[in-house]
Design a protein around this ligand. Sequence first.
Ligand SMILES: [Zn+2]
Length: 438
Amino acid sequence: MIRCITNGIVLTMNSDREIIDSGAVVIENNLIKDYGSIEEIKKKYDFDEVIDAEGGIIMPGFINGHCHVSMSIFKGIGEDVPDRLRKFLFPLEEKLVDKELVYKGARLSIAEMLLAGVTTFVDMYYYEDEVAKAAKEMGIRCIAGESTLNKNTPDSEIPYGGIDYAKSFIEKWKDDELITPAIAPHATYTNDAEHLKIIDEISKKYEVPILMHISEMDFEIKMFREEHNMTPTEYLESIGFLSNRIIGAHFTYMTENDIEILKKHDVGVVHNVTSNAKSARVISPVLEMREAGIRVGLGTDGPMSSNHQDIISVMHQYTKVQKINCGDRSKATAIGAVEMGTIDGARSINMDDTIGSIEKGKKADIIIVETSTPNMTPLYNCYSNLVYSAYPSNVVFTMVNGQVLVKNKELIRSNLKEIINDSNGLKDKVYSVVGPQQ
Ligand SMILES: [Zn+2]
Protein backbone atom coordinates (compact mmCIF):
# COMPACT_ATOMS: atom_id res chain seq x y z
CA MET A 1 0.00 0.00 0.00
CA ILE A 2 1.41 3.37 -1.06
CA ARG A 3 0.10 6.53 0.57
CA CYS A 4 1.01 10.16 0.19
CA ILE A 5 0.84 13.04 2.66
CA THR A 6 0.80 16.08 0.43
CA ASN A 7 0.17 19.81 0.27
CA GLY A 8 2.32 20.84 3.21
CA ILE A 9 5.71 22.16 4.24
CA VAL A 10 7.97 19.13 4.67
CA LEU A 11 10.31 19.75 7.59
CA THR A 12 12.64 16.80 7.17
CA MET A 13 15.11 17.22 10.06
CA ASN A 14 17.56 15.29 7.86
CA SER A 15 21.28 16.09 8.10
CA ASP A 16 20.89 19.06 5.70
CA ARG A 17 17.83 20.23 7.65
CA GLU A 18 16.07 20.32 4.29
CA ILE A 19 12.66 22.04 4.10
CA ILE A 20 10.36 21.63 1.09
CA ASP A 21 7.73 24.36 0.88
CA SER A 22 5.15 22.66 -1.32
CA GLY A 23 6.05 19.14 -0.45
CA ALA A 24 4.81 15.58 -0.14
CA VAL A 25 5.92 12.44 1.68
CA VAL A 26 5.39 8.95 0.28
CA ILE A 27 4.73 6.10 2.67
CA GLU A 28 4.88 2.44 1.73
CA ASN A 29 3.39 0.26 4.46
CA ASN A 30 5.21 1.37 7.64
CA LEU A 31 8.17 3.09 5.98
CA ILE A 32 8.96 6.43 4.37
CA LYS A 33 9.59 5.64 0.72
CA ASP A 34 10.28 9.11 -0.66
CA TYR A 35 9.68 12.83 -0.26
CA GLY A 36 10.02 15.86 -2.45
CA SER A 37 8.08 18.62 -4.18
CA ILE A 38 4.44 17.86 -4.94
CA GLU A 39 5.10 17.97 -8.71
CA GLU A 40 8.04 15.61 -8.51
CA ILE A 41 6.24 13.09 -6.30
CA LYS A 42 3.05 13.16 -8.41
CA LYS A 43 5.03 12.15 -11.50
CA LYS A 44 6.75 9.24 -9.83
CA TYR A 45 3.95 7.37 -8.03
CA ASP A 46 0.35 6.17 -8.08
CA PHE A 47 -1.22 6.27 -4.66
CA ASP A 48 -3.75 4.08 -2.88
CA GLU A 49 -4.53 6.97 -0.53
CA VAL A 50 -3.76 10.69 -0.38
CA ILE A 51 -3.74 12.66 2.87
CA ASP A 52 -4.10 16.43 2.48
CA ALA A 53 -1.93 18.37 4.95
CA GLU A 54 -3.82 21.59 4.04
CA GLY A 55 -0.67 23.70 4.13
CA GLY A 56 0.47 22.40 7.52
CA ILE A 57 3.98 21.39 8.59
CA ILE A 58 4.66 17.72 7.78
CA MET A 59 7.40 16.62 10.14
CA PRO A 60 8.80 13.72 12.17
CA GLY A 61 6.84 12.97 15.35
CA PHE A 62 8.17 14.25 18.66
CA ILE A 63 10.12 12.05 21.05
CA ASN A 64 9.38 12.24 24.76
CA GLY A 65 12.60 10.83 26.16
CA HIS A 66 11.59 10.55 29.81
CA CYS A 67 8.25 10.06 31.52
CA HIS A 68 6.21 8.03 33.97
CA VAL A 69 2.97 7.92 32.03
CA SER A 70 0.81 6.15 34.60
CA MET A 71 1.22 8.95 37.13
CA SER A 72 -1.29 10.96 35.09
CA ILE A 73 -3.94 9.74 37.55
CA PHE A 74 -2.19 11.77 40.31
CA LYS A 75 -1.78 14.92 38.22
CA GLY A 76 -2.64 18.08 40.17
CA ILE A 77 -2.44 16.54 43.67
CA GLY A 78 -0.55 18.42 46.41
CA GLU A 79 0.85 21.13 44.20
CA ASP A 80 3.05 23.97 45.39
CA VAL A 81 3.92 22.47 48.78
CA PRO A 82 7.35 21.55 50.12
CA ASP A 83 8.21 17.86 50.44
CA ARG A 84 5.40 16.76 48.19
CA LEU A 85 7.21 13.46 47.57
CA ARG A 86 6.83 12.18 51.12
CA LYS A 87 3.50 13.88 51.87
CA PHE A 88 1.63 12.84 48.73
CA LEU A 89 3.48 10.77 46.18
CA PHE A 90 4.84 7.97 48.38
CA PRO A 91 1.49 7.29 50.14
CA LEU A 92 -0.33 7.35 46.79
CA GLU A 93 2.10 4.93 45.20
CA GLU A 94 2.18 2.63 48.20
CA LYS A 95 -1.60 2.34 48.48
CA LEU A 96 -2.90 2.72 44.94
CA VAL A 97 -0.43 1.67 42.27
CA ASP A 98 -1.63 -1.61 40.81
CA LYS A 99 -2.00 -3.06 37.33
CA GLU A 100 -5.32 -1.30 36.72
CA LEU A 101 -4.04 2.16 37.65
CA VAL A 102 -0.84 1.73 35.65
CA TYR A 103 -2.78 0.63 32.58
CA LYS A 104 -5.47 3.33 32.77
CA GLY A 105 -2.98 6.08 33.62
CA ALA A 106 -0.76 5.02 30.72
CA ARG A 107 -3.70 5.20 28.33
CA LEU A 108 -4.54 8.72 29.50
CA SER A 109 -0.97 9.95 28.93
CA ILE A 110 -0.63 8.15 25.61
CA ALA A 111 -3.85 9.82 24.41
CA GLU A 112 -2.42 13.20 25.43
CA MET A 113 0.87 12.45 23.69
CA LEU A 114 -0.62 11.22 20.42
CA LEU A 115 -2.93 14.26 20.23
CA ALA A 116 0.17 16.44 20.74
CA GLY A 117 2.26 14.70 18.07
CA VAL A 118 4.46 12.56 20.31
CA THR A 119 5.15 9.33 18.42
CA THR A 120 7.75 7.75 20.75
CA PHE A 121 8.06 7.89 24.52
CA VAL A 122 10.47 6.47 27.07
CA ASP A 123 8.87 5.34 30.30
CA MET A 124 10.03 4.06 33.65
CA TYR A 125 7.63 2.85 36.33
CA TYR A 126 6.17 -0.26 37.97
CA TYR A 127 4.07 -3.00 36.32
CA GLU A 128 5.72 -1.85 33.11
CA ASP A 129 4.05 -4.70 31.25
CA GLU A 130 0.78 -2.74 31.57
CA VAL A 131 2.43 0.35 30.03
CA ALA A 132 3.75 -1.76 27.16
CA LYS A 133 0.29 -3.30 26.69
CA ALA A 134 -1.40 0.14 26.61
CA ALA A 135 1.21 1.49 24.16
CA LYS A 136 0.88 -1.52 21.87
CA GLU A 137 -2.92 -1.31 21.84
CA MET A 138 -2.89 2.42 21.13
CA GLY A 139 -0.16 2.09 18.48
CA ILE A 140 2.52 4.41 19.91
CA ARG A 141 6.25 3.57 19.88
CA CYS A 142 7.81 3.20 23.31
CA ILE A 143 10.82 2.20 25.35
CA ALA A 144 9.36 0.78 28.55
CA GLY A 145 11.67 0.25 31.53
CA GLU A 146 10.77 -1.69 34.66
CA SER A 147 12.03 0.16 37.75
CA THR A 148 14.43 -1.37 40.26
CA LEU A 149 14.92 0.04 43.77
CA ASN A 150 16.58 -0.98 47.03
CA LYS A 151 13.17 -1.21 48.73
CA ASN A 152 9.76 -2.79 48.25
CA THR A 153 7.78 -1.36 45.38
CA PRO A 154 4.13 -1.56 44.32
CA ASP A 155 4.97 -4.61 42.20
CA SER A 156 7.56 -6.26 44.42
CA GLU A 157 7.51 -7.34 48.06
CA ILE A 158 11.29 -7.51 48.15
CA PRO A 159 14.00 -4.93 47.36
CA TYR A 160 15.27 -5.12 43.77
CA GLY A 161 12.29 -7.31 42.76
CA GLY A 162 12.20 -5.23 39.60
CA ILE A 163 15.26 -7.09 38.32
CA ASP A 164 13.41 -10.40 37.98
CA TYR A 165 10.32 -8.63 36.67
CA ALA A 166 12.48 -6.89 34.07
CA LYS A 167 14.02 -10.16 32.89
CA SER A 168 10.68 -11.78 32.06
CA PHE A 169 9.29 -8.48 30.77
CA ILE A 170 12.27 -8.15 28.40
CA GLU A 171 11.87 -11.77 27.23
CA LYS A 172 8.20 -11.09 26.49
CA TRP A 173 8.63 -7.88 24.46
CA LYS A 174 12.15 -8.09 23.02
CA ASP A 175 11.09 -8.79 19.44
CA ASP A 176 8.18 -6.36 19.30
CA GLU A 177 8.10 -3.82 16.51
CA LEU A 178 6.76 -0.94 18.62
CA ILE A 179 7.85 -1.72 22.16
CA THR A 180 11.49 -1.79 23.26
CA PRO A 181 11.71 -3.28 26.75
CA ALA A 182 14.32 -1.86 29.12
CA ILE A 183 15.54 -2.02 32.68
CA ALA A 184 15.31 1.10 34.80
CA PRO A 185 17.38 1.44 37.97
CA HIS A 186 15.31 4.24 39.52
CA ALA A 187 18.21 6.49 40.57
CA THR A 188 21.81 6.62 41.73
CA TYR A 189 20.69 6.80 45.37
CA THR A 190 18.22 3.87 45.21
CA ASN A 191 20.47 1.25 43.56
CA ASP A 192 23.79 0.02 44.96
CA ALA A 193 26.91 -0.89 42.98
CA GLU A 194 26.33 -4.63 43.30
CA HIS A 195 22.86 -4.41 41.75
CA LEU A 196 23.91 -1.89 39.11
CA LYS A 197 26.44 -4.48 37.96
CA ILE A 198 23.69 -7.09 37.60
CA ILE A 199 21.52 -4.55 35.74
CA ASP A 200 24.39 -3.70 33.38
CA GLU A 201 24.87 -7.40 32.63
CA ILE A 202 21.16 -7.81 31.84
CA SER A 203 21.32 -4.80 29.55
CA LYS A 204 24.35 -6.26 27.72
CA LYS A 205 22.93 -9.76 27.48
CA TYR A 206 19.56 -8.69 26.04
CA GLU A 207 20.89 -5.57 24.27
CA VAL A 208 18.32 -3.34 25.96
CA PRO A 209 18.64 0.24 27.22
CA ILE A 210 19.17 1.25 30.85
CA LEU A 211 16.95 4.14 31.99
CA MET A 212 17.94 6.05 35.11
CA HIS A 213 17.50 9.34 37.01
CA ILE A 214 21.01 10.78 37.41
CA SER A 215 22.23 13.98 39.10
CA GLU A 216 18.70 15.24 39.64
CA MET A 217 18.41 15.96 43.37
CA ASP A 218 20.36 18.26 45.69
CA PHE A 219 20.40 15.59 48.41
CA GLU A 220 21.82 13.14 45.86
CA ILE A 221 24.79 15.41 45.21
CA LYS A 222 25.35 15.88 48.94
CA MET A 223 25.10 12.16 49.63
CA PHE A 224 27.68 11.17 46.99
CA ARG A 225 30.02 13.96 48.10
CA GLU A 226 29.84 12.77 51.73
CA GLU A 227 30.02 9.04 51.05
CA HIS A 228 32.41 8.90 48.09
CA ASN A 229 33.79 12.43 47.65
CA MET A 230 32.53 12.27 44.08
CA THR A 231 29.65 13.50 41.97
CA PRO A 232 27.02 10.87 41.05
CA THR A 233 28.41 10.83 37.49
CA GLU A 234 32.00 10.33 38.74
CA TYR A 235 30.75 7.56 41.01
CA LEU A 236 28.94 5.74 38.19
CA GLU A 237 32.11 5.93 36.10
CA SER A 238 34.22 4.64 39.00
CA ILE A 239 32.11 1.47 39.27
CA GLY A 240 32.29 0.92 35.49
CA PHE A 241 28.57 1.45 34.93
CA LEU A 242 28.55 4.15 32.24
CA SER A 243 27.99 3.20 28.59
CA ASN A 244 26.10 4.26 25.49
CA ARG A 245 23.25 1.95 26.59
CA ILE A 246 22.30 4.41 29.32
CA ILE A 247 19.49 6.91 28.76
CA GLY A 248 19.96 9.21 31.73
CA ALA A 249 17.26 11.64 32.81
CA HIS A 250 17.97 15.11 34.20
CA PHE A 251 21.73 15.72 34.78
CA THR A 252 20.78 19.05 36.36
CA TYR A 253 23.65 19.35 38.87
CA MET A 254 26.72 18.99 36.63
CA THR A 255 30.43 19.85 36.73
CA GLU A 256 32.75 20.31 33.75
CA ASN A 257 34.32 16.97 34.61
CA ASP A 258 30.85 15.32 34.62
CA ILE A 259 30.26 16.60 31.08
CA GLU A 260 33.61 15.17 29.94
CA ILE A 261 32.74 11.83 31.51
CA LEU A 262 29.35 11.67 29.76
CA LYS A 263 31.00 12.43 26.44
CA LYS A 264 33.73 9.86 27.02
CA HIS A 265 31.21 7.08 27.68
CA ASP A 266 28.68 8.35 25.10
CA VAL A 267 25.82 8.44 27.62
CA GLY A 268 22.42 9.59 26.29
CA VAL A 269 20.90 12.55 28.14
CA VAL A 270 17.27 13.59 28.44
CA HIS A 271 16.56 17.15 29.59
CA ASN A 272 13.28 17.75 31.44
CA VAL A 273 13.05 21.49 31.84
CA THR A 274 9.33 21.80 32.64
CA SER A 275 9.67 19.32 35.48
CA ASN A 276 12.97 20.75 36.77
CA ALA A 277 11.60 24.30 36.75
CA LYS A 278 8.43 23.34 38.62
CA SER A 279 10.50 21.53 41.24
CA ALA A 280 12.72 24.63 41.62
CA ARG A 281 15.89 22.75 40.69
CA VAL A 282 18.99 24.29 39.17
CA ILE A 283 19.18 24.74 35.40
CA SER A 284 20.85 21.90 33.55
CA PRO A 285 23.88 22.91 31.41
CA VAL A 286 22.22 21.62 28.25
CA LEU A 287 23.99 23.99 25.88
CA GLU A 288 27.39 22.96 27.25
CA MET A 289 26.46 19.29 26.91
CA ARG A 290 25.33 19.79 23.32
CA GLU A 291 28.50 21.73 22.52
CA ALA A 292 30.55 18.88 23.97
CA GLY A 293 28.85 16.55 21.47
CA ILE A 294 26.73 14.68 23.99
CA ARG A 295 23.47 13.22 22.66
CA VAL A 296 20.72 15.30 24.34
CA GLY A 297 16.96 14.95 23.86
CA LEU A 298 13.91 16.32 25.66
CA GLY A 299 11.43 14.77 28.06
CA THR A 300 8.46 15.80 30.14
CA ASP A 301 9.09 13.67 33.23
CA GLY A 302 5.99 12.35 35.00
CA PRO A 303 2.60 14.08 34.83
CA MET A 304 2.85 14.98 38.54
CA SER A 305 6.16 16.74 37.90
CA SER A 306 5.38 18.63 34.72
CA ASN A 307 1.59 18.16 34.44
CA HIS A 308 1.78 17.74 30.67
CA GLN A 309 3.15 15.06 28.38
CA ASP A 310 3.77 17.02 25.19
CA ILE A 311 7.10 18.12 23.74
CA ILE A 312 5.97 21.42 22.18
CA SER A 313 5.70 22.91 25.70
CA VAL A 314 9.13 21.51 26.61
CA MET A 315 10.78 23.02 23.51
CA HIS A 316 9.19 26.37 24.33
CA GLN A 317 10.31 26.40 27.93
CA TYR A 318 13.77 24.99 27.16
CA THR A 319 14.65 27.98 24.98
CA LYS A 320 13.35 30.56 27.45
CA VAL A 321 14.92 29.08 30.56
CA GLN A 322 18.31 28.72 28.85
CA LYS A 323 18.13 32.27 27.45
CA ILE A 324 17.44 33.66 30.93
CA ASN A 325 20.26 31.54 32.29
CA CYS A 326 22.76 32.77 29.69
CA GLY A 327 21.49 36.37 29.57
CA ASP A 328 21.78 36.02 25.83
CA ARG A 329 18.81 35.81 23.47
CA SER A 330 20.92 34.24 20.72
CA LYS A 331 21.45 31.07 22.78
CA ALA A 332 19.13 28.04 22.84
CA THR A 333 17.75 28.53 19.35
CA ALA A 334 14.40 27.37 18.00
CA ILE A 335 16.06 25.03 15.52
CA GLY A 336 18.10 23.54 18.36
CA ALA A 337 14.91 22.92 20.31
CA VAL A 338 13.23 21.16 17.36
CA GLU A 339 16.39 19.09 16.86
CA MET A 340 16.23 17.95 20.46
CA GLY A 341 12.50 17.22 20.13
CA THR A 342 13.04 15.05 17.03
CA ILE A 343 16.32 13.82 15.53
CA ASP A 344 18.59 14.54 18.50
CA GLY A 345 15.93 13.03 20.76
CA ALA A 346 16.17 9.91 18.60
CA ARG A 347 19.98 9.97 18.93
CA SER A 348 19.74 10.29 22.71
CA ILE A 349 17.79 7.01 22.84
CA ASN A 350 19.86 5.27 20.10
CA MET A 351 16.96 5.14 17.63
CA ASP A 352 18.15 7.69 15.05
CA ASP A 353 18.73 5.00 12.45
CA THR A 354 14.98 4.34 12.33
CA ILE A 355 13.12 7.45 13.60
CA GLY A 356 13.54 11.20 14.25
CA SER A 357 13.54 12.56 10.69
CA ILE A 358 11.76 12.31 7.36
CA GLU A 359 14.24 10.28 5.32
CA LYS A 360 13.92 7.39 2.92
CA GLY A 361 13.76 4.04 4.68
CA LYS A 362 12.92 5.42 8.10
CA LYS A 363 9.76 4.40 9.97
CA ALA A 364 6.71 6.43 9.07
CA ASP A 365 6.33 8.30 12.38
CA ILE A 366 4.94 11.53 10.96
CA ILE A 367 2.80 14.39 12.22
CA ILE A 368 1.09 17.41 10.71
CA VAL A 369 1.02 20.72 12.58
CA GLU A 370 -1.58 23.20 11.34
CA THR A 371 -0.47 26.64 10.21
CA SER A 372 -3.86 28.27 9.60
CA THR A 373 -4.70 29.34 13.16
CA PRO A 374 -4.09 32.87 14.50
CA ASN A 375 -1.16 31.75 16.67
CA MET A 376 0.57 30.05 13.72
CA THR A 377 -0.01 32.93 11.26
CA PRO A 378 2.02 34.29 9.54
CA LEU A 379 4.66 31.63 9.05
CA TYR A 380 8.11 32.81 8.00
CA ASN A 381 10.13 30.16 9.76
CA CYS A 382 8.83 26.73 10.80
CA TYR A 383 11.21 26.37 13.73
CA SER A 384 10.21 29.74 15.22
CA ASN A 385 6.51 29.00 14.96
CA LEU A 386 6.84 25.46 16.34
CA VAL A 387 8.85 26.57 19.37
CA TYR A 388 7.61 30.08 20.16
CA SER A 389 4.02 30.06 18.88
CA ALA A 390 2.63 26.53 18.67
CA TYR A 391 0.33 24.85 21.16
CA PRO A 392 0.21 21.07 21.42
CA SER A 393 -3.37 21.36 20.13
CA ASN A 394 -2.05 22.62 16.79
CA VAL A 395 -1.18 19.01 15.95
CA VAL A 396 -3.87 17.74 13.59
CA PHE A 397 -2.53 14.38 12.44
CA THR A 398 -0.31 11.69 13.97
CA MET A 399 0.99 8.56 12.27
CA VAL A 400 3.14 5.95 14.00
CA ASN A 401 4.77 3.11 12.06
CA GLY A 402 2.53 3.91 9.10
CA GLN A 403 -0.68 3.69 11.17
CA VAL A 404 -2.87 6.79 11.36
CA LEU A 405 -3.67 7.32 15.05
CA VAL A 406 -4.87 10.94 15.08
CA LYS A 407 -6.86 12.49 12.27
CA ASN A 408 -8.48 15.95 12.37
CA LYS A 409 -7.30 16.25 16.00
CA GLU A 410 -9.18 13.11 17.05
CA LEU A 411 -7.88 9.78 18.25
CA ILE A 412 -9.13 7.27 15.75
CA ARG A 413 -7.91 3.96 17.06
CA SER A 414 -8.66 4.49 20.76
CA ASN A 415 -11.85 5.65 22.46
CA LEU A 416 -10.97 8.93 24.17
CA LYS A 417 -14.25 9.15 26.12
CA GLU A 418 -13.64 5.75 27.64
CA ILE A 419 -10.06 6.71 28.54
CA ILE A 420 -11.23 9.92 30.26
CA ASN A 421 -14.04 8.11 32.11
CA ASP A 422 -11.67 5.35 33.25
CA SER A 423 -9.27 7.96 34.64
CA ASN A 424 -11.99 9.92 36.41
CA GLY A 425 -13.27 6.63 37.80
CA LEU A 426 -10.07 6.38 39.89
CA LYS A 427 -10.54 9.77 41.60
CA ASP A 428 -12.39 8.36 44.63
CA LYS A 429 -9.49 6.01 45.32
CA VAL A 430 -7.11 8.97 45.19
CA TYR A 431 -9.32 11.02 47.55
CA SER A 432 -9.34 8.09 49.98
CA VAL A 433 -5.56 8.48 50.37
CA VAL A 434 -4.97 12.23 50.18
CA GLY A 435 -8.33 13.65 51.33
CA PRO A 436 -10.14 16.54 49.68
CA GLN A 437 -8.03 18.75 47.43
CA GLN A 438 -8.71 22.44 47.04
ZN1 LIG B 1 11.50 11.02 36.18
